[in-house]
Ligand binder design. Sequence first.
Ligand SMILES: [Mg+2]
Length: 307
Amino acid sequence: MQDLTKLTDQELGDFFNSFDTILADIDGVLRNVLQPIPGSVEAIKSLKKMGKQFTFVTNNTTKSVDTLYQELKAAGFDVEKSEIVTPLAPMVSHLQKQNLPRKTVFVIGMPVIKQALKDAGFTLAPNGPDRFKDAIEVFSSLAIEDDGSVEAVICDVDMNLNYLNLQKAATFLERPEVIFIAGATDVKFPVGKGNRILIGPGIFIQILERMTKRTAIKIAKPSPFLNEFIVEKYGIKDRSRVLFIGDSIPEDMGFAGNCGYKKLLVLSGLAKKSSLENWEFEEKCKPEFYVDSLKEVHELALRLFGK
Ligand SMILES: [Mg+2]
């Protein structure tokens, strides 16, 4: 693991010449919440000027690609809608390939996921109710109700997640033929100033896996599942010429490690310098390079190429 800013000009030149394609995470790399990380707008511009191809890869399914695009554009990023990937499209495409006879799914997730599935012709089994005032007997009879119509359970970020929906998912998953799909498995969800951490959706997926003794098909980073979609969509041929820039060691660096990409860790989001000094992750997650933020990448590119 080398500090990018400590490289000689020769080494830095070799670094910039070692990749043609950049896969970059969004939150913690380009922005924190909706605020661009200082220097990140300029860094994307200068890397694009160098001819690098970009794909922005986020685990965030709380927003549509269209919304993410609008937000990044409004923040001044040089980004195209076609350059943004979330786990949503590969999730829908995987479900479509299963040829489910009833196309009926149960979703723990935000309205964006539900809408995407509806648009793809799926029927959503009812969630809820959202509030429960009755006795446990009523709750439990609702929670174990299963008419056998649900063919897949999808679990992702749901800011309105409740006990009943989690239990309903567990009930459906008791039938072994029901497909179990997980979106983001992040156990930490950084938000707001000072990177306050929320409980990530991965914790709830773990509850379902533990309860049902089943393993979900993971769609988001670090799963290589997402990569199959990326490779196909963007025609990536030589993985050794791809650089992944991310702020999360398990998700981003893990993904890059699973896919055979070069890794640049930025310390502007989840990962801190202390995580590098006291390494507690798998070896495959170790980034070749790290840097405080994209601001330094921009400054290094300026120093070397004057652009
Ligand atoms: Mg991130």
